[in-house]
Design a protein around this ligand. Structure first.
Ligand code: F6R
Length: 260
């Protein structure tokens, strides 16, 4: 894994945006896997700025979001459909027919999940998957104990995740109990993964994901098995990494062409 520690969330978001922009310059038809939640907000704002001011072009890009709440219509303000429109899609020139978000209202959820898997496969596969991490180590909504081979499916949220996401709903009771999420196996099929994290509340999860054993109890730890996984964090989220100095040293001595 490549571990990059930056001073603050702004620097993390700027570097993540440069990585995405580099991919799009190399391949205008790239397929992006996207996350929602607080973590990627700075990244999306920076991508919107690059589109506006630097002509970063998304018109042939395909996107797949990681997850969606079950039972929320796309127009619900707390749905991830709404989130993506509000924070990214309406600010860039992505083709709406190529911007995929799971349907939390589908009558046949298993069928909808297998279509999603098929669509990802038929797109040629995800080139870069953006990930956040839950306090208990989830990626997507693959909560602790998720199968490390899982595919897109329905999952039940833990109480911790419902509490953490309550601000979008007003109260914990209003947070849906079920979600549809890409599986860990689906995420691992991406050609590259970029996990972002900020803040002290993510420090324990980051330490377990990067330096702990690979375990279904910390789903993000499976990134240790990925050939091209980058963990890009601020100083606060890096606070519990035992080898933080080593990761800084490795990064400082990287050849210039490898630095985003
Ligand atoms: C959201 C997702 C989740 C979040 C994670 C962190 O699409 O897949 O794994 O990335 O819960 O959430 P924030 O960024 O709000 O701390």
């Amino acid at each position: 894994m490549q571990i990059i520690i930056q001073p603050d969330p702004t620097a993390v978001s700027a570097m993540a945006a440069r990585l995405v922009a580099r991919l799009l310059h190399d391949d205008g038809r790239a397929v992006l896997g996207l996350a929602s939640g607080k973590t990627p907000l700075g990244l999306y704002a920076e991508l919107a700025r690059m589109h506006r001011e630097e002509d970063l072009d998304f018109h042939r890009v395909t996107t797949f979001n990681l997850d969606e709440y079950v039972g929320l219509p796309p127009e619900h303000p707390a749905s991830y459909h709404s989130f993506m429109t509000e924070h990214l899609f309406r600010h860039i020139n992505v083709d709406p027919t190529r911007a995929h978000v799971l349907d939390g209202m589908a009558d046949d959820i298993p069928e909808c999940c297998s279509h999603y898997e098929r669509d990802i496969r038929e797109s040629g596969g995800i080139d870069l998957q953006i990930l956040g991490i839950g306090r208990e180590g989830h990626i997507g909504f693959n909560e602790p104990s998720s199968s490390l081979a899982s595919r897109t499916r329905i999952k039940t949220l833990t109480e911790t995740t419902r509490v953490d996401n309550a601000d979008q709903f007003g109260s914990v009771e209003d947070v849906p109990r079920h979600v549809v999420t890409m599986g860990i196996g689906t995420i691992l099929d991406s050609k590259a993964c970029l996990l972002l994290a900020f803040g002290k509340e993510k420090a324990a999860a980051i330490a377990k994901a990067v330096e702990g054993p690979v375990s279904a109890m910390v789903p993000a730890s499976v990134l240790q098995m990925h050939e091209h996984a980058t963990v890009l964090v601020d100083e606060d989220a890096a606070a519990e990494l035992r080898l933080a100095d080593y990761y800084r040293h490795v990064f400082e001595h990287k050849p210039a062409w490898q630095i985003p």
